[in-house]
Design a protein around this ligand. Sequence first.
Ligand SMILES: CC(C)(COP(=O)(O)OP(=O)(O)OC[C@H]1O[C@@H](n2cnc3c(N)ncnc32)[C@H](O)[C@@H]1OP(=O)(O)O)[C@@H](O)C(=O)NCCC(=O)NCCS
Length: 223
Amino acid sequence: MIRLRPATEADALQLLRWRNDPGTYRRCIVARPVGREEHLRWFRDRLRSPRTKIYILLDAAGRAAGQGRIDRGRGSCEISLGLGRESRGRGLGTAAVRALTARAFRLGARKVVATIKKDNVASVLAFIKAGFRFVRCARTRGQDVYLMEKTRCDLKMALDAASGLIDETMVAQYMRQKQMLEREAERERRPYFAPRPAYGHDQRGPGADPRHRPTRPPDRRHA
Ligand SMILES: CC(C)(COP(=O)(O)OP(=O)(O)OC[C@H]1O[C@@H](n2cnc3c(N)ncnc32)[C@H](O)[C@@H]1OP(=O)(O)O)[C@@H](O)C(=O)NCCC(=O)NCCS
């Protein structure tokens, strides 16, 4: 179990120690240790920012196991985390991803995203276990990364499944239905956004679509 406590100025040096652990900085996008002054500037700036929330990850005994961050972007939140060396490999990372994701949704995010270096096996697995899915591979600042995400709907499904309200088969069925509805909605939208060929030049033009078929002139023979 992991609880989140908002970080304060007093946590600055602990965060620096976690950040500069070789097992952590090698897995960061900026893969080098950071200096004390650089870190303090960055940390104070982040603490003041309305777009960032930094948390201390507390284990079941209330010990500080690591740090987690939520950064609000346009339409989504990005989460990232790092555990102290002695706290890794015990399932706390997975629990922390779950806790940070739930917090981001509670803060109003509709989608939570993560950028993870391809060779960071433990992190990729922790995010998969917490219900994230792969979106695509990318190259960020010279590093090969996976972009992963979890949407609010996935979270609700997972919670419902976990609480025993519905089983996994139902979750899969709902997800298929949701995708079908999304595809249907996409098809509905398309005619309004796609450029339409000029009338008469294409069989698939306005004449082919009943919504665009010109109304016939009124029959006046019996008038
Ligand atoms: C990434 C990190 C948060 C994962 O947390 P963790 O508590 O170590 O991971 P978990 O114990 O929840 O394990 C998640 C899965 O990864 C596997 N795993 C853990 N450490 C591993 C390792 N070194 N190599 C391969 N797999 C590993 C676990 O076995 C588990 O899978 P399983 O349940 O199928 O066995 C943590 O290792 C960490 O802080 N690393 C350094 C900083 C970092 O990489 N941050 C993430 C940047 S995106």
